[in-house]
Structure formats: structure tokens, C-alpha cells
Design a binder for this molecule. Structure first.
Ligand code: IPD
Ligand code: CA
Ligand code: CA
Length: 262
């Protein structure tokens, strides 16, 4: 593996530890899937257990760092300059339906700047990691965003709003614009992996509105360190609004303009 910092090694070790239990629980979901009650209570306890492991491992290795976690929310530490941003299970709907596409996502902020990210696809054992200034990697392979600049050849990922979420009309207008100009759209159901796939050049870009900081913190570092652009769709701060766009330098402004035309 290329040289990872001690902090990155802490993040990777925490992700791998939490992943072991999630992998076992995913096997169990495949059995529970057929029962009448379904696996939903089981899945929420798997999610909470993953978060507990991540919290314990990260706290032990870096005492005092603050946290923003999906389940526990904000946990203030004595060190206000560092903050872990954690999604213990991204792609919950996939997990719940026994679809093997979900991840653990850990981002690190230093003085308000995103400096490191790990997105771990447990089923495929794909560990995406990046540190500011040191590049992005998939396991031990350096990542680069795709080099396509022609929208007609570009494949974009997105996330669909669903029951209880706002913005259905806008989303449908955006899809209408994007499908008319591109090679297509994918909706895989785990935002952290959508961003990791942009970093890996699998997707040419990704956009989604209504996300939370824990969905995007780690993936944003990955895309930037792979040479891509991450921005807010309408120009604000995506960590606050959750409206994110990620792509390579040749396509980002074309995608942004297409979305703005919607
Ligand atoms: C969700 C996934 C999904 C996105 C949703 C998120 P969760 O996170 O990232 O791709 O479309 O908006 O909430 O709930 O599975 O952690
Ligand atoms: Ca999530
Ligand atoms: Ca989650």
C-alpha cells in the first residue's frame, strides 16, 4: 500500500473493524429477507453497532477529536480543530433489501477543511482512501477521475428523492435535461460510493440534492485528490446545503449548467 499517514491508518483500521460485523449482519439480512416482519429492526441495530465500533476505535486512537455522526449527531470533544464525520452504513436501503452495495464512510476535517476520507465497500473489499495533498487510492492503486469531456459519452450518477423528501419536480426536470445530453444515468443508492466511483473514473460525474455532511465528506476528498471538482450545485457550501456536484474539470461546468437550466 502507498504511504498512508498514521491518522489514515487509524481510519482504515476502524473501518475494517466495523466492517466485520456489518458483513456478518448482511449475511443475516439475506435470511431475514423472507420473514414477514422483514429485517428493518435488525438493520437499524447493525447500523448503530457499526457506529459504536467506529466511535470507540476513533476515540481511542485520537482522544478529544469531535464527531459528527449520523446516529449520535454531534459529539463535542476537547479538540475543536479536528472533527470526524461518519456514516456508519451508507446505502441502508440496499442493505435492507439484501443488495450488496453499501459502505462505511469516514471523513476528517481539520480547522473546517476536509483533509482525509475513507469509503469502504465491504462486500467488494474495495477500500477507497485519500488524504489532502497525497492523492486518492483504491486499495493500493492511485485513482484519477475520468478524462471524458464530451457529454454524449458521459455516464452520471445521481440520487433520487423518495417518499417524504422534497424536490421531486426539480429532480425530474434535471433528469430530463441530463438524459437528453448524455450516455445515461445510474442510481446505485449509496452517495459515498457514487463519489468514490467518480474518483475512480467509473462515473464521469455525480449530483444529488438533500444529502447530509456524512454522506459526502469522505467522498469529496476522494474526488478532489483524484483530480476532480466538487462543488455545490448552485454555488453555496455543499457541506451545509447537501446539494453536491462532482465531476472532472472538463464536464463539471457542463453538468452544472445543465442542472441550472432545469
Ligand atoms: C442515503 C444514500 C443514498 C442517498 C440518500 C442518503 P443512508 O444514505 O447515500 O444514496 O440518495 O439521500 O440518505 O440513509 O443509506 O445512509
Ligand atoms: Ca448516508
Ligand atoms: Ca447511514
Amino acid at each position: 500500500m502507498p504511504q498512508a499517514s498514521p491518522t489514515m491508518n487509524v481510519m482504515i483500521a476502524a473501518a475494517r473493524k466495523a466492517a466485520r460485523a456489518l458483513a456478518r449482519d448482511f449475511g443475516e439480512v439475506e435470511n431475514l429477507q423472507v420473514s414477514r416482519k422483514g429485517p428493518s429492526d435488525f438493520v437499524s441495530s447493525a447500523d448503530i453497532k457499526s457506529e459504536k465500533t467506529l466511535f470507540e476505535e476513533l476515540s481511542k486512537a485520537r482522544p478529544g477529536y469531535s464527531f459528527l455522526m449520523e446516529e449520535r449527531g454531534v459529539v463535542e470533544g476537547s479538540d475543536k480543530t479536528h472533527r470526524w464525520i461518519v456514516d456508519p452504513l451508507d446505502g441502508t436501503s440496499n442493505f435492507l433489501h439484501a443488495i450488496p452495495h453499501f459502505a462505511i464512510s469516514i471523513g476528517l476535517e481539520r480547522e473546517g477543511v476536509l483533509v482525509a476520507g475513507v469509503v469502504y465497500n465491504i462486500v467488494r473489499d474495495e477500500l477507497f482512501w485519500a488524504e489532502k495533498g497525497a492523492g486518492a487510492y483504491l486499495n493500493d492503486r492511485r485513482l484519477r477521475v475520468a478524462s471524458r469531456t464530451d457529454m454524449r459519452q458521459a455516464l452520471f450518477a445521481t440520487g433520487t428523492p423518495f417518499h417524504g423528501k422534497p424536490g421531486h419536480d426539480l429532480f425530474l426536470r434535471e433528469v430530463e435535461q441530463v438524459i437528453a445530453k448524455t450516455a445515461g444515468i445510474r442510481r446505485f443508492g449509496a452517495a459515498s460510493l457514487d463519489l468514490a466511483y467518480v474518483a475512480a473514473g467509473r462515473f464521469d460525474g455525480f449530483w444529488e440534492r438533500g444529502l447530509a455532511a456524512w454522506d459526502v465528506a469522505a467522498g469529496a476528498v476522494l474526488v478532489r485528490e483524484a483530480g476532480g471538482i466538487v462543488t455545490e450545485i448552485d454555488g453555496d457550501d455543499f457541506m451545509k446545503t447537501g446539494a453536491i456536484l462532482a465531476s472532472n474539470t472538463g464536464l463539471a461546468s457542463q453538468l452544472q449548467q445543465t442542472l441550472r437550466d432545469s
